[in-house]
Design a protein around this ligand. Structure first.
Ligand SMILES: *Cc1c(COP(=O)(O)O)cnc(C)c1O
Length: 405
């Protein structure tokens, strides 16, 4: 296994990119789908923004350092990763807030329809944001299992809201087919790309998606709490109106008018002042992922996760895989079901193999292809085999739940 890993590493066209990230010594990081690694260029860029642009430039930097255009500039850099045009994407707020804006906008674009359709077990914030609008009487939440979604698309549905790669299992939706089905039913579609953007080539334009949101701190390596992004297809740019009508989304914020008039295009999704430090860190991560290219990243991610499965099976480890066995049907992760998945994840962390646990019984391992080597994968599989064989996970200290899992 180790020899094979060495050969795969020697033939890996992305091998050199590991050096562009700060991967701590002794850590095999299989949680880039929760918080991506730190690009080596980020601290210097942040120091420059803090000391130079903020410390010295002060308020002048809104113009001189073009802070004001960061949401659009970073959005344009994210666009090719998700199959969108540069002017269709903007970096702003959190995924949750962007969901609120776009669900509201979609409901307003389908008068007479109130249902927002999603699947049970979707990422909690997606379901909670629908819930919040329901409690205001603006939406009606309907949940249908994957296979039942096409049938649940009736004339009451305003919006289909789905997460492209499932956060727990990695299972992918057929974006083109479901988007078509929703449109045939007269509904709009909003895709949550949090587990796809930067790891999986998404084709929003080709699929004729209406809206999308996604996360900056996972595969885009923008840092903890990095700004998220939002996409609106160009054909909706005039029709889309969102309720968080803050001054930064105004057509002319510095005219200080008493009346709101939305900026053209995706700029109207802005609400308040963009967090420049977070934006600066996000831009470094996005630049790096864009430089590598999402097709190459996905090819490697499939190779990594398949190699992991091979190694695990050669160790004779039997684990219940809940992700699709077909690598084309999943995003960049493998999830296993185990009665003591939490203790297992803690025992692995104690060995330097950082994955995570998702309630109630899922051990989730993410394969962020930009900085993982095949040698990491062989070693992680070997640690997993040892933890299971030795029963090391039964140790008392591995059973205590922390606040964040
Ligand atoms: C991580 C994640 C989010 C994060 O939402 P925030 O509001 O940025 O915290 C949303 N949706 C999905 C599917 C996620 O995986």
């Amino acid at each position: 296994m180790k020899d094979r890993a060495r050969h795969l590493d020697a033939a890996d066209p992305l091998a050199a990119y590991r050096e562009r990230f700060d991967v701590p010594e002794g850590v095999i990081y299989l949680d880039g789908n929760s918080l991506g690694c730190l690009p080596k260029a980020t601290p210097d860029r942040l120091a420059e923004v803090v000391r130079g642009e903020w410390g010295t430039g002060l308020v002048r930097s809104w113009n001189d350092a073009d802070w004001i255009a960061m949401p659009q500039r970073i959005g344009a850099k994210i666009a090719p990763l998700i199959g969108a045009a540069p002017h269709e994407v903007i970096a702003c707020d959190s995924v949750s807030v962007n969901l609120f804006k776009l669900i509201s906008a979609a409901l307003a674009m389908r008068p007479g329809r109130k249902v927002v359709l999603s699947e049970p077990g979707n990422f909690p914030t997606d379901l909670y944001m629908i819930d919040g609008l329901e409690r205001q009487g603006l939406a009606e939440r309907r949940l249908a299992k994957r296979g039942d979604l096409p049938d649940a698309l009736d004339e009451d549905v305003a919006l289909l809201l789905l997460t492209h790669a499932h956060y727990k299992t990695g299972e992918l939706f057929d974006m083109a087919a479901l988007t078509r089905a929703a449109h045939e039913a007269g509904a709009l579609v909003l895709w949550d790309l949090s587990h796809s953007a930067g790891a999986y080539p998404v084709h929003l334009g080709e699929c004729e998606a209406d809206f999308a949101v996604g996360c900056g701190y996972k595969y885009l390596n923008g840092g903890p709490g990095a700004p998220a992004f939002a996409f609106v297809a160009e054909r909706h740019h005039d029709a889309v109106r969102q309720p968080l009508s803050g001054w930064m989304g105004h057509a002319a914020p510095f005219e200080f008018s008493d009346d709101y008039s939305p900026a053209p295009g995706v700029d109207r999704l802005l609400c308040g002042t963009p967090p420049i430090l977070g934006m600066a860190a996000l831009e470094v991560g996005v630049d790096l992922i864009a430089e590598i290219g999402v097709d190459r990243l996905y090819a490697k991610s499939k190779a990594l996760s398949e190699f992991f499965r091979q190694c695990v099976s050669e160790h004779g480890v039997e684990l219940d895989l809940v992700s699709p066995t077909d690598p084309d049907a999943r995003g960049s992760q493998l999830s296993f079901r185990h009665g003591n998945a939490y203790a297992l994840s803690q025992a692995l962390i104690a060995r330097g193999v950082i994955g995570d646990f998702r309630d109630p019984d899922i051990l989730r391992l993410g394969f962020a292809p930009a900085y993982l080597s095949f040698t990491d994968i062989a070693e992680a599989a070997s640690h997993l085999a040892k933890v299971l064989e030795s029963g090391e996970w039964r140790r008392e200290e591995f059973g205590k739940r922390a606040a964040v899992t």
